[in-house]
Design a protein around this ligand. Structure first.
Ligand SMILES: Cc1cc2nc3c(=O)[nH]c(=O)nc-3n(C[C@H](O)[C@H](O)[C@H](O)COP(=O)(O)OP(=O)(O)OC[C@H]3O[C@@H](n4cnc5c(N)ncnc54)[C@H](O)[C@@H]3O)c2cc1C
Length: 293
């Protein structure tokens, strides 16, 4: 999370319908306001008492349980997130996996990357532009983070090459920012070679290339695979197919909290009322249409 980060979705869209953001705030709020909002939401609905903080989930395992729903339950092993000394396993009826996907940086396999001798970093570790003042930077990726960070670096007179595989941006670029196609390889002398043959030897090579999906705590019995940012096999990108819908997946995309979380929680409640049949497609398609925004 970087210092100057503001939301790119208006508060009116991001808020839960039963708890609006404060009126005096602008539509695109600073990230600290999102935190304030979530804390106030928690206080208002007295959620804190129901949350066990500082707890690391180490393993999620499906187990047979006679009294469980569809004869199934989930053994969850956790450790105390601070001292990591206390490890306990408890049995639950259902699991929702909401571990996010913005913490395991994705670094593309660029041939010769080990030859790069400058500073190599990912947007995950970017906080503020000042350390880049006057520096030469190749910024890989022109997604939301890449564009945001390019603007910030321009404000401290960094010389930025924004390397990306989209069609060239046609807008006026900020001062000191130019575009290039993707980096093809890093040569033995540490020089970056772009796909159009251009060369550059920047002080900083900054990856704004997104994140990997990772579920290190999931038992292999779930049979889930992550390949090229796709988690499968999942019914509707949410539920493991080989199990009744007693786990749900909130990991699929960048999202404003309201619509998707509500859709997901509704789906969750419905799943309790109306268990997933063996051949679920038609019935679940109908339900999905009903709750989809
Ligand atoms: C730079 C940036 C800007 C963004 N701007 C916006 C925006 O303007 N508007 C918007 O709507 N969205 C925005 N997003 C996306 C938004 O942050 C996500 O959609 C949202 O945080 C997803 O919420 P989540 O609860 O699914 O996951 P997260 O907020 O990522 O929360 C997951 C939590 O699970 C915890 N966790 C992970 N593994 C374990 C484990 N094994 N045991 C215990 N806990 C675990 C993590 O520590 C984390 O606290 C932005 C994202 C980024 C990176």
């Amino acid at each position: 999370m970087y210092r100057n980060l503001r939301t790119n979705i208006p508060k009116e869209v991001m808020s839960f319908p039963d708890f609006p953001f404060e009126k005096h705030l602008p539509s695109f709020v600073h990230h600290t306001e999102v935190r304030n909002y979530l804390e106030k939401y928690c206080d208002h609905f007295r959620l804190r008492d129901h949350i066990q903080f500082n707890t690391m989930v180490d393993s999620v395992k499906p187990v047979q349980e006679k009294r469980g729903w569809h004869g199934l339950a989930w053994d969850i092993t956790t450790t105390d997130g601070i001292s990591k000394t206390k490890s306990i396993t408890e049995r639950f009826d259902a699991v929702m996996v909401c571990n996010g996907h913005f913490y395991d940086p994705y670094i593309p396999a660029i041939p010769g990357l080990k030859n790069f001798t400058g500073m190599l970093m990912h947007s995950h570790d970017y906080r503020n532009p000042e350390p880049f003042s006057g520096k030469s930077v190749v910024l890989l990726g022109a997604g939301l983070s890449g564009l945001d960070i390019a603007m910030e670096l321009s404000s401290v007179d960094a010389q930025v090459i924004l390397s990306h595989r989209q069609r060239p941006l046609t807008c006026t670029l900020p001062k000191g920012v130019q575009q290039a196609p993707p980096v093809k390889r890093v040569l033995e002398d540490g020089m970056l070679q772009f796909q159009d043959g251009r060369l550059a030897k920047p002080e900083v090579f900054l990856f704004c290339t997104g994140y990997n999906f990772t579920f290190p705590f999931l038992d292999s019995k779930l049979g889930l695979h992550v390949q090229e940012h796709l988690v499968s096999p999942l019914y509707k990108f949410l539920m493991p197919r080989r199990f009744p819908p007693s786990s749900l997946w909130a990991s699929a995309e960048l999202s404003a909290p309201s619509l998707t979380s509500i859709a997901r929680s509704s789906l969750y409640s419905l799943s309790w009322m109306d268990p997933l049949p063996c051949h679920p497609v038609r019935r679940w398609n109908r339900m999905w249409r009903w709750i989809s925004p």
